[in-house]
Design a protein around this ligand. Structure first.
Ligand code: GSH
Length: 213
């Protein structure tokens, strides 16, 4: 059967969260290796659908282009309720949507500053870029501490079963020293992240994206 979803992404990137979500929902998809930092046909194809050339980008069977990790995970959860990507109960679902937007708006956005400080400061020399990176990294670690204090594991972030918020938290916390920081500052949350990425349905995906982690 031809896959009708197309996922643009690459190893070690945010596309891992969407790959895991599609897998949990048992949705077949075509994978295109693409990233703004990897010139080639994949990037050319990605840029045609997402002018920011950011990943994850997911093209739905009807051609609808989805960007923004949180929006993609909410959409998949709503379109495939049996997947458990979003909780069925309204208050829990509201908290999961809050958590997804929190990660995208705060943590993922900070990663974009750390990776590309020159986009956020005109005429930045190397010392200025280093200062932007250091400040943003400290802020990112604080943002994760607040996330850990705000969103309780029960035992997963959306309730009894692994869901979209777990996937985005486990992926976005892989970067910029967040895991090392959380192991010290929030050990219970750190243990939750380890539990998420070792959940049998997604464990192989995490190992493939982060083989040495
Ligand atoms: N707001 C987007 C951010 C996505 C993003 O920044 N992805 C990174 C890879 S993990 C990317 O493609 N960066 C390349 C670039 O911005 O040029 C989301 O939540 O999905």
């Amino acid at each position: 059967m031809a896959a009708s979803y197309t996922l643009y992404g690459t190893k070690g990137s945010g596309s891992a969260a969407v790959e895991a979500a599609l897998t949990i929902a048992a949705i077949p998809f075509r994978s295109v290796d693409a990233a703004s930092w990897e010139p080639g046909p994949g990037l050319d194809e990605l840029t045609r659908v997402n002018p920011l050339a950011q990943i994850p980008t997911l093209v739905l069977p009807d051609g609808t282009v989805m960007t923004e990790s949180a929006a993609i995970l909410v959409h998949l959860g709503l379109a495939h309720p049996a997947s458990g990507l979003l909780p069925a109960e309204a208050s829990r679902r509201a908290q999961v949507i809050r958590g997804l937007v929190y990660i995208a708006a705060n943590c993922y956005a900070a990663i974009g500053v750390i990776d590309y400080p020159e986009r956020w400061c005109s005429d930045a020399d190397d010392a200025t870029k280093d200062r932007i990176r250091a400040g943003t990294r400290a802020r990112l670690h604080h943002l994760w501490d607040v996330f850990a204090d705000t969103f309780p594991a029960q035992p997963f972030l959306g309730g009894e079963q692994l869901g979209g918020l777990d996937l985005l938290a486990a992926v976005v916390s892989k970067w910029s020293g967040a895991r090392k920081h959380l192991a010290q500052s929030r050990p219970a949350f750190s243990a939750l992240l380890a539990r998420i990425e070792s959940e049998p349905r997604v464990a192989a995906i995490f190992v493939r994206h982060w083989p040495t982690a």
